[in-house]
Design a protein around this ligand. Structure first.
Ligand code: GLC
Length: 719
């Protein structure tokens, strides 16, 4: 359908039909069946003919929703069908926070392609992903859903997902449009409590929280979802400031959708008196689609009464129609929905292999005192802990029942190491109940075994939406299990399964090896086995800081020096310094950190000049050698510190990174180009600028910077 035809169509629509295009209903309510619930229960509204529907489980349901709608819609305008596809659809891969630890955009793009292929077959047109909320507070359960604490890493991984899911042509039956969320700064909720207030100075908002969303829009994401939180007192769905950023500064002319029921919740926030007020505020902030609050059913009367200009309604409707046009829905309302295609692509071998590689590449080896990889003939191996036989290894935002497709840890070990003499014992749960009754049996098994694989973490329902915690502990009797297992068998490898960063301080003191697998998805078993026995070499790097204690939170690597920095090394008590009496300042495990089974030697960091101008930029060369006996991948990271600026700058900021493969003995030189615009920052007056002066460039990882070199940038004086 051409643009002029869309205008003609708009001209034929009644006010009720226009309002309908801006209303999104839940497919479960319409059909009276379905497993996906992602918001508060409400009553169905059969009197409303929506423009879009979210939440359905199959191509059959998608086709039924569309055909029922088209039979009722006078103008035959097809539905937009939307669904959360956060880390895979039927084939699940690791949670986004784990994918961030892969630092591998190509892999993320491949996962996006895979997820889109399966989601499109199920009838999805638009997915509510990627979630790009920078997060530095692990008390917040949705930290699992974003890729990193760092805006650069988050944005690059999110943009890769957009490229993978959208491809080059949204009409293709195996592509879906992306809706980047939650705009904005949902991850900065006070005290890590979900949906809580966010208060940020504008320069911090712009520097740390907005770039990742923008990166996804620059990659072509077609939709933006507003967030539940207030930003400096104004709920995001009613924020004209955020809309100015999107529409005027960034030039985004796509659809903006509210989060689930968020427009109606303006009354709970206390910023709207009634539903009319809610609708006027949201429309005034150009929120085009009302997800499930149904407040937009009042738009026709509000336009008739002159409270909302019809032009505003038309503009919103046209944005929705244009997206339907771009997806080719007027010509093919089914898009990719096809039960036969579902059967063919769901869990196909290629997808399972992608998911397994993703699980391997996002795992982070945190500690290894020479006991990994395990020997090929390990004798008796005990697989112990709450995840030893559990299939719930997908994490939040996996479709209901995803565990039925999970290859469990014992199944994975038997696939990869069929000769291993393996026995399992759960020991205790990873939930609240402190029932130690299973620990004695597990300890006895450990005592009789040559090796122990001890799985610890938190149950998958303890992170995700509405899953904030006030502790970062291992729930239940897990630490008792850990202590008693270590006491009887020191040849114990700890493998972690969790959604949020947890406090590993005690475990890190005594466990000889720790492999962090987050929630790795359906190929958890084979991936873990291949990593533990060295068929795959761990290469993940932390995309989020792991705290020494909850009291350090919020915590991130790009911290300021303060006027009274604590002397390094980060131990002891230093009065009158920015420090704690009872804990270090630094995380237990820092951003960018992760071990390998081989050894990488960072030989040098060189720059092509000692002084560079803002117009010519700088070239940085980093030489890395694989000094070990096996091939390995390494994420070579470039950090910068702006030593003097009118706004205090971080002591370390990741500027770029590149993942490379090195054969044993091989040396590679990684070359980074640094442009002046990468060194800009937001000052307190709202200017985005860089300043001449000294910069230090380093490699290594956060808090462990190597080969630091000072270089000066000069700038032409403004005339
Ligand atoms: C939920 C989430 C959002 C999701 C939406 C639709 O409340 O906040 O991330 O996309 O509702 O399921």
């Amino acid at each position: 359908m051409k643009q002029e035809e869309l205008w003609k169509l708009l001209g034929e629509m009644t006010l009720e039909e226009k309002a309908g295009q801006l209303i999104q209903l839940d497919g479960r309510l319409i059909l009276g069946r379905g497993d996906r619930q992602t918001g508060p229960e409400t009553e169905n509204r059969p009197d409303l003919l929506p423009g879009s529907v979210l939440n359905f489980d199959s191509a059959e349901m998608a086709r039924e929703l569309q055909s029922r709608h088209l039979s009722e819609d006078r103008l035959k305008i097809p539905l937009l069908l939307m669904l959360d596809v956060i880390h895979g659809h039927r084939t699940t891969y690791p949670i986004p926070l784990a994918m961030g630890c892969s630092f591998d955009e190509g892999l993320m793009e491949e996962c996006g392609k895979m997820a889109a292929r399966e989601a499109a077959a199920c009838g999805v047109h638009v997915t509510f992903a990627p979630m790009m909320d920078t997060a530095r507070d692990p008390r917040w359960g949705r930290i699992m859903e974003t890729c990193s604490e760092d805006p650069l890493v988050n944005g690059r991984m999110g943009a890769a997902l957009v490229r993978g899911m959208q491809g080059e042509d949204l009409r293709a039956g195996d592509r879906v449009a992306c809706c980047v969320k939650h705009f904005a700064a949902y991850g900065a909720g006070e005290a890590g409590r979900d949906y809580n207030r966010v208060d940020l100075p504008e320069n911090t908002l712009r520097e740390q929280y907005l770039p990742a969303y923008r990166a996804c829009l620059e990659a072509g994401a077609r939709m933006v979802m507003t967030s539940f939180n207030t930003l400096n007192g104004v709920p995001a769905v009613a924020s004209t400031f955020l809309r100015r950023v999107l529409r005027e500064e960034w030039g985004f002319d796509g659809v903006i959708i509210s989060d689930y029921n968020a427009i109606g919740e303006l009354m709970n926030h206390g910023v709207a008196e009634d539903e009319d007020d809610c609708a006027c505020l949201a429309m005034g902030a150009e929120c085009d689609v009302d997800m499930m609050s149904l407040v937009y059913a009042r738009l026709p009367d509000l336009v008739r009464s002159g409270k909302i200009p019809e032009a505003a309604l038309d503009a919103a409707v046209m944005r929705v129609l244009r997206l339907k046009q771009e997806l080719g829905l007027f010509e093919n309302p089914w898009h990719g929905a096809d039960p036969e295609t579902e059967k063919r692509v769901y869990l196909c071998e290629a997808h399972r292999e992608t998911a397994r590689r993703a699980a391997e590449e996002s795992a982070v080896l945190l500690k290894n005192e020479g006991i990994l990889p395990l020997p090929g003939n390990p004798g008796k191996v005990a697989l112990i802990g709450p995840f030893a036989t559990d299939a719930h290894l997908n994490g939040a935002w996996s479709r209901p029942g995803a565990e039925e497709d999970t290859v469990t840890l014992p199944e994975g070990i038997r696939q990869v190491m069929p000769g291993v003499e393996l026995r399992t014992a759960r020991g205790c749960s990873a939930e609240w109940n402190v029932d130690p009754s299973g620990i004695a049996e597990a300890v006895e098994l450990a005592r009789q075994s040559d090796w122990v694989i001890l799985t610890l973490g938190e149950a998958e329902w303890l992170s995700g939406e509405g899953r904030s915690r006030t502790e970062l502990s291992f729930p239940g009797a897990q630490m008792q299990l850990f202590r008693e297992i270590l006491a009887v068998n020191p040849r114990t490898v700890v493998v972690l399964f969790h959604g949020r960063p947890l406090v590993l301080t005690e475990i890190s003191r005594t466990a000889p090896a720790i492999l962090d697998m987050w929630f790795p998805g359906q190929q958890a078993g084979p991936a873990m086995a291949r990593l533990l026995w060295g068929h795959a070499n761990p290469c993940g790097k932390l995309s989020v800081s792991l705290p020494w204690t909850l009291g350090q939170v919020p915590l991130s690597h790009n911290r300021l020096n303060t006027g009274r920095p604590k002397p390094q090394p980060d131990t002891g008590v230093f009065p009158f310094t920015s420090s704690y009496l009872d804990a270090p300042n630094l995380p237990l495990y820092s951003f960018g950190n992760g071990l390998s089974y081989t050894e990488f030697v960072y030989e040098s960091l060189e720059t092509d000049r000692e002084v560079f101008s803002d117009t010519e930029g700088l070239t940085v060369r980093i030489r890395v050698r694989n000094a070990g006996e096996r091939p390995g991948k390494e994420v070579v990271q470039l950090y910068v510190r702006d030593l003097v600026a009118r706004v205090a700058r971080p002591v370390q900021q990741i500027l770029d990174y590149r993942k490379i493969l090195l054969q044993p003995g091989e040396t590679q030189e990684v070359v980074f180009r640094v442009e002046e615009k990468q060194l800009r920052f937001w000052d307190a007056e709202g200017n985005f600028l860089s300043e001449s002066g000294d910069f230090e460039f380093s490699t290594g990882w956060a808090d462990h910077l190597l080969h630091t070199k000072r270089v000066q940038m000069t700038k032409r004086e403004a005339v």
